[in-house]
Design a binder for this molecule. Structure first.
Ligand SMILES: C[S@@+](CC[C@H](N)C(=O)[O-])C[C@H]1O[C@@H](n2cnc3c(N)ncnc32)[C@H](O)[C@@H]1O
Length: 433
């Protein structure tokens, strides 16, 4: 007997909330079927879609992508053969709503049924009713960390960090990330309800909308994960210094450097992203020269006191914020990102004046995109300038014995975690060479 269902089920009736679920289905088809980033899929939703439906669809699709393996494991025993992709996605949406999002059972089942072609309505109805009967207990006993992590990432994190940390990273990905803000002025008052982290980031609960907070329009802060704020902090720009920010859009680090009073040149290759960087700087009322150029080639030898290279990467350190990344990236992407990073690093090293400094950062958990570049940097004539624990208050465990920084999503777990970043600081020795 299905207790949650209080009204007769008419699969074709078009239950309330159907536009939300149709949009969620479109998002899943884009990410899992066509390998498009979730942000791009959100932009491609119909312009007329109610913003609340858009936000709810985003929430549902994110929950499915976060817990894909677990949801499939719950559905699996009820399937005799693989259904068409849209039916599989409708089952995932229904299961996520029933087991993770607290949607009333009749609404979750009726809307998932309405998503699929008529011949599959009975199957979706029957499977989701059975799952609704089990309730959240359906997820108990599953090895969620393992199921929800693509096998190649699971193996790579095991190899890099060991079994315990790999499992802790995967567990951190289950939870939506908080909203982190970097204040434009360190002495500014944080918004009501914000926690001020030891590194100065303002942290608000997951789901908080930055644009609705007081001070947004006035440029009092910008959105930036607490770990993403560390590379510019470690470069420690001084007022008037010439600083190049390579690979700069959307500009979180450019803004930090400019707010510290440096004369910043921000280099970004993608014209649309460069336009967004300019818009962000305008909102924040912070000055920087924005150059549209390829940072593997741009710039004069020794022209800068300091260079920040926040290189493009697979972004596996941001999976808790962007759960689509886990399903979009492949091992070959790590190799090609690492190769591009090496070329960027070589050019970045050339731009630093003798006696100047360089910070290299990526938001990847893969050592090929972090630690593996240390040797190459030394071969370029750079010297590692070790990070001291006092420079990253409260995060001593992220400072490695070698002197670089390795943040992970499982650090600061009680506070809501951190994105995964690799950050290394180098000095270019003074004098010839
Ligand atoms: C990790 S994001 C940078 C985030 C940025 N530093 C921030 O803090 O907001 C990488 C950026 O590098 C840009 N990019 C990739 N390859 C580039 C290249 N060869 N030259 C310049 N920019 C590049 C991408 O378009 C993207 O905007």
């Amino acid at each position: 007997m299905f207790r949650g269902l209080s009204m007769p089920l008419s699969p074709r009736a078009g239950p309330p909330g159907l536009p939300t679920r149709r949009a969620a289905l479109a998002l899943l088809e884009a990410v899992l079927g066509r390998h498009r980033p979730l942000e791009e899929a959100l932009d491609a939703l119909p312009a007329g879609l109610d913003p609340r439906d858009r936000a709810a669809a985003h929430r549902i699709a994110s929950a499915v992508l976060r817990r894909l393996g677990s949801l499939d494991a719950v559905v699996e025993p009820f399937l005799r053969r693989e259904p068409p992709a849209a039916v599989r996605h409708a089952l995932r949406i229904g299961a996520a709503e029933l087991l993770l999002l607290g949607t009333p059972a009749h609404a979750a089942v009726a809307s998932a049924v309405a998503l699929v072609p008529r011949p599959f309505a009975g199957l979706v109805n029957a499977v989701l009713r059975r799952i609704a009967e089990q309730g959240p207990a359906a997820l108990e006993g599953l090895d969620a960390e393992r199921l929800d992590t693509p096998p190649w990432l699971w193996s790579a994190w095991h190899a890099a960090y060991g079994p315990e940390v790999a499992r802790a990273i995967a567990a951190a990905h289950r939870v939506p990330a908080p909203l982190d803000l970097t204040p434009a002025r360190p002495d500014a008052a944080p918004p009501e309800g914000a926690e001020v982290l030891p590194t100065g980031t303002w942290r608000l609960p997951p789901g908080t909308r930055a644009t609705e907070l007081p001070g947004f329009a006035e440029g009092a802060f910008w959105v930036q994960d607490a770990a993403a704020a560390l590379p510019a902090r470690l470069l420690a720009p001084r007022p008037g210094e010439r600083v190049a920010d390579l690979c700069a859009a959307p500009g979180g680090k450019t803004a930090q450097l400019a707010a510290a009073g440096a004369a910043v040149t921000a280099v970004e290759r993608d014209p649309r992203r460069a336009a967004r960087l300019r818009e962000n700087l305008a909102r924040l009322r912070l000055p920087a020269e924005v150059v549209e150029a390829d940072a593997t080639r741009w710039g004069e030898d020794g022209a800068f006191d300091a260079v920040l290279l926040d290189a493009p990467c697979t972004a596996t350190g941001t999976i808790r914020r962007h759960p689509d990344v886990a399903h979009l990236k492949r091992p070959r992407d790590v190799a090609s990102a690492a190769e591009a990073q090496a070329r960027l690093l070589a050019n970045a090293a050339r731009l630093v004046r003798p006696g100047g400094r360089l910070v290299f950062a990526t938001c990847s958990l893969q050592p090929e995109e972090g630690e593996a570049h240390l040797e190459g940097a030394v071969a370029l004539g750079l010297r590692l300038d070790p990070v001291r624990a006092g420079e990253v208050p409260g995060l001593a465990e992220a400072v490695t014995p070698g002197g670089w920084l390795r943040t992970r999503p499982d650090l600061w777990a009680a506070r809501g975690g951190l994105d995964g970043f690799f950050v290394a600081r180098f000095a270019r020795p003074p004098g010839p060479g």
